[in-house]
Every structure is written in structure tokens, then in C-alpha cells.
Design a protein around this ligand. Structure first.
Ligand SMILES: Nc1ncnc2c1ncn2[C@@H]1O[C@H](COP(=O)(O)OP(=O)(O)OP(=O)(O)O)[C@@H](O)[C@H]1O
Length: 302
């Protein structure tokens, strides 16, 4: 028997009335895509290309002008399709006077959790997004990174099978972004299906199995990430500890072969993000070490 897709979007069209023109704005133009259970799908595109509108139609928050959306086989317009979904909107809004723990308890109750199960799940989520220390702080005082993490925790509180993340790392610094990325990888390992959109292409590349590129509401390219980014007529050979003589011999062998052309011999580059995170980690651990070591003054005072 064929497996039911976690997400099925069929020829979705969404038009909005335009306040200044007689014609309508076509935000999504005949988009079709499928996401199988356990896959991580990244929808990428410039501002205003229709990513959020596609997600909102899948969530049943917008009615399609044409076409249809299904979540694990249930039509998105039916309320019960939402039971399987966790959603982190682009700019999550919370009650500012509640603290982190109260916020999660509120969402857990909305999802039908009660008693011991509710308390356990709230604790688990606060630990998962590393906000245990901030559980009693009012949400109004949370930083952007903390807000995204509590947003992620509310999206996951009821153990959804599908998680929809609209720009999960928007406005979050690289360390916070890395943490959210790691959480996405953990969810994927647990078999959760993830549908996300992001402007951070490097992150999409790190976590997604499938990618769709959307421009002006149209899906212009779609497929497995590794197939899309492979350069068909090139081969990469990565060698460690090769001396100059070996490299020269390899160069000679390639040059002897008529059609082959050596494009580059050089050192592979790390990413700027990786470099930044490594340096941040180093300075964090040196602060940690120096705070344990007695300073000269402290030592003489002792
Ligand atoms: N409620 C609405 N009423 C009118 N027009 C809308 C509405 N929502 C979205 N649009 C328009 O639809 C188009 C697609 O918007 P959408 O928010 O889906 O893009 P996006 O790709 O998510 O952009 P961003 O990356 O900036 O979040 C834009 O032209 C936008 O102005």
C-alpha cells in the first residue's frame, strides 16, 4: 500500500484583492508539492514570493482560490487536519505578562494536555529549548532568540507529526540559529516531518532533504537537495596530508588525459558561519576557564 504523504498541495492558487487596482494579487500560482513522512522540506524564495501564503493555506488559515491542500490525507480546510500540525509563525506573538512556563502551560492546555502529563511535557520542552533558567521570566523581557525558542516549544508541545516553521531563525544570532538548526535535526531523527521556509540558504542546505524554489508565486524548481546542487560534469577529490610531489603527480595525470581539465587545487573553505561559531565557542570556554583561575590580584589577596 502506498504511504500517505504528510503534505500534499495540489495546484494551489491564492489571490488577494488589491486595494489600489481592479486586478487581484496572485500570491501563489499553481503550486503543487508533496512531502513524505519524515522528510525535511525547505521552501526558499525572495520576499513576497508566496512562501507564507502557501504555509497558511496548508494550515487552513487561508482558503485557496483554487486547488487543495492535505495533511496526512486530511483536507486542510477541516479542523481535524490541524491536530497533527505544530506551527511556528514568522513573528510569533505571545502574552507578554505570562512567563515562559505559563505560556507553555497555556498552549499545552489548548492542545488538551492535563495534570501530570501537562507538567511533564512543559518541563521537557523548556529543557529541549534551553529555557529552564528563564521559565519564571516574563515573555515581555525575552530576547528575539528566546522568543523563537519558546515559539518552537509551543509548536512541539503536543508532539505533532508535522512541524511548519516560517523563517524559524529570522533575526536570531548565529549561535541561536545553530541551536534551532540542531533542534530541527533532532526532530528529523525522531521521524517528524518538517516544512520550513527560510532566507538562510546555508541552513536550508544543512537540514533539508527536499527543496522547492518559489518566485512570484510559482514553484520554479523542486527536488532532492543533493541532486539539485550536484554539478553534473565535475568530480571533487578531497585529499588529506598530500605533499607537493603527490599533488604535482596528480596534476600531471589529469593534464595527460585529453578532455579532463583541472579547475582547482587548493584548500577547502569552511563556512563563515562555522568559523564564527568556532571562535564564539573558543572565547566562551576561555572566559569559563579564566573565571575559574584565580587572577593575580585574587591570588595575592588570598
Ligand atoms: N492578506 C493579504 N492581503 C493582500 N496581499 C497579501 C496578503 N498576504 C500576502 N499578500 C501578498 O502576497 C504576496 C506573497 O506574500 P507572502 O507573505 O506569501 O510572501 P513570502 O514569500 O512569505 O514573503 P516574506 O519572505 O517577505 O515573508 C505578496 O505580494 C504579499 O504582499
Amino acid at each position: 500500500m502506498e504511504e500517505t504523504p504528510a503534505v500534499q498541495i495540489n495546484h494551489l492558487v491564492k489571490e488577494f484583492p488589491s486595494p489600489f487596482r481592479k486586478s487581484k494579487v496572485r500570491a501563489v500560482n499553481d503550486v503543487s508539492l508533496n512531502i513524505m513522512p519524515g522528510e525535511v522540506y525547505g521552501l526558499i524564495g525572495p520576499n513576497g514570493s508566496g512562501k507564507s501564503t502557501t504555509m497558511k493555506a496548508l494550515l487552513g488559515l487561508l482558503t485557496p482560490t483554487a486547488g487543495s491542500c492535505f495533511v496526512f490525507g486530511k483536507n486542510s480546510l477541516k479542523t481535524d487536519s490541524r491536530q497533527d500540525i505544530g506551527f511556528l509563525p514568522e513573528n510569533p506573538y505571545f502574552y507578554k505578562h505570562l512567563n515562559g512556563e505559563e505560556t507553555l502551560r497555556f498552549y499545552a492546555k489548548l492542545c488538551g494536555l492535563r495534570g501530570k502529563q501537562l507538567h511533564q511535557r512543559v518541563d521537557e520542552m523548556l529543557e529541549m529549548v534551553s529555557l529552564e533558567d528563564a521559565r519564571h521570566r516574563r515573555i515581555g523581557g525575552y530576547s528575539k532568540g528566546m522568543l523563537q525558542r519558546i515559539g518552537l516549544a509551543q509548536a512541539l508541545i503536543h508532539k505533532p507529526r508535522l512541524v511548519i516553521l516560517d523563517e524559524p531563525t529570522a533575526g536570531v544570532d548565529p549561535i541561536g540559529s545553530r541551536m534551532i538548526r540542531d533542534l530541527i535535526v533532532d526532530l528529523k531523527q525522531q521521524g517528524v516531518t518538517i516544512f520550513l521556509c527560510s532566507h538562510l540558504l546555508e541552513q536550508v542546505q544543512e537540514v533539508c532533504d527536499q527543496v522547492g524554489i518559489i518566485f512570484h508565486g510559482k514553484l520554479v524548481k523542486e527536488g532532492k537537495l543533493n541532486d539539485l546542487i550536484a554539478i553534473e560534469n565535475q568530480t571533487e577529490i578531497l585529499i588529506q596530508n598530500a605533499d607537493a610531489e603527490t599533488l604535482e603527480r596528480i596534476r600531471g595525470m589529469i593534464e595527460q588525459q585529453g578532455s579532463a581539465q583541472l579547475l582547482n587545487i587548493g584548500k577547502p573553505r569552511t563556512t563563515l558561519e562555522r568559523l564564527f561559531l568556532d571562535e564564539a565557542e573558543k572565547s566562551q570556554s576561555s572566559i569559563h576557564t579564566s573565571s575559574k583561575e584565580p587572577t593575580e590580584k585574587g591570588a595575592s589577596d588570598a
